[in-house]
Write a protein that binds this ligand. Sequence first.
Ligand code: OGA
Ligand code: NI
Length: 338
Amino acid sequence: MENMLHLTPVPAHTMLPNCCALEPERLPPAITSAVTLPVIDMSCSREEVRQAMLDAGKEFGFFQVVNHGVSEQVLRDMEVVCEEFLQLPAEDKAHLYSDDNKKLNRLFSGSTFKTGSFWMDCLRLACTFPGLEDSVNEWPEKPKRFREVFQKFVTQARGMGLEILQLLCEGLGLPIGYFEGEQTDGNVFVSTIWYPPCPNASTTLGLPPHCDRNLITMVLSGTVPGLEVFYNGDWLKVEPVRNAFVINFGIQLEVVTNGIIKSAEHRVLTNAALPRTSVVTSLMANDDYVIGPAEELLSEDNPARYRNTMFRDFMRLYNKALEESGGDVKQAIKYFKI
Ligand code: OGA
Ligand code: NI
């Protein structure tokens, strides 16, 4: 628990010898690119939204959405309960803390990662569908409205994720409901990540460059910038857009679409002055589901470029490849390529 950054007074951070400092080669300078990520208004016509998502998925693997169906009230309530949780005294959070990454529900710090030390604290909660009522009992009881608000949030955010996958499915010409069932009926993880102000912001990262492994991730990223996406040799800054979600396609989707959709590397910078909070919702496949390119997208001229792997092995092997390559995402993805 003493690893948690938000419980350490800021002057003490500066005293920690090179805490979280990365070698310069792992911190490429941000290049100011004129390109910005698309912001897709989901209240436009289905045809327009479908096309915009397909284009953005092919080009960036990332985009933002507004008018997405998650209610503004729920977004405001999330801001409140996440901040209230953070401000709870340490003794109210100690029972949630764990360094064991196999634990489904836990509070942990980025300073304990195997691939390096990063400037973030995280509360990760698992949600099952159906059966959300059972997951809720594993979540924090304080602050008072925490469980109620999180339950509403994850239900609406998951609905948005499934709708985006359905639109993508139509755009790709896959059968209706292709991503429903085993591809998305594993746990939904909701990770609330706090990036405290960082005294060594130029030599420290909040999160290292990585690709998400699952099908789709939806990030509620607040008003403070920090998230960056790798695109054509540049790091693009994700500009905060009020009430938007940042949508990020993962390696599972790249594999299923046989590479049509990209899963982009991204990272989070720290900020010397401002704290940042993000809420990251990830849809997971069933552990036994075999991930591989969709038959419908293959032909003699377009053979499978990725191998079939069971989801539980996929998650483990990706982590292993990442650790063995010292955190090199490209090496880890190669592992699944034919
Ligand atoms: C992640 C992630 C981005 C953010 O948790 O995988 O990329 O802005 N988070 O916190
Ligand atoms: Ni990510």
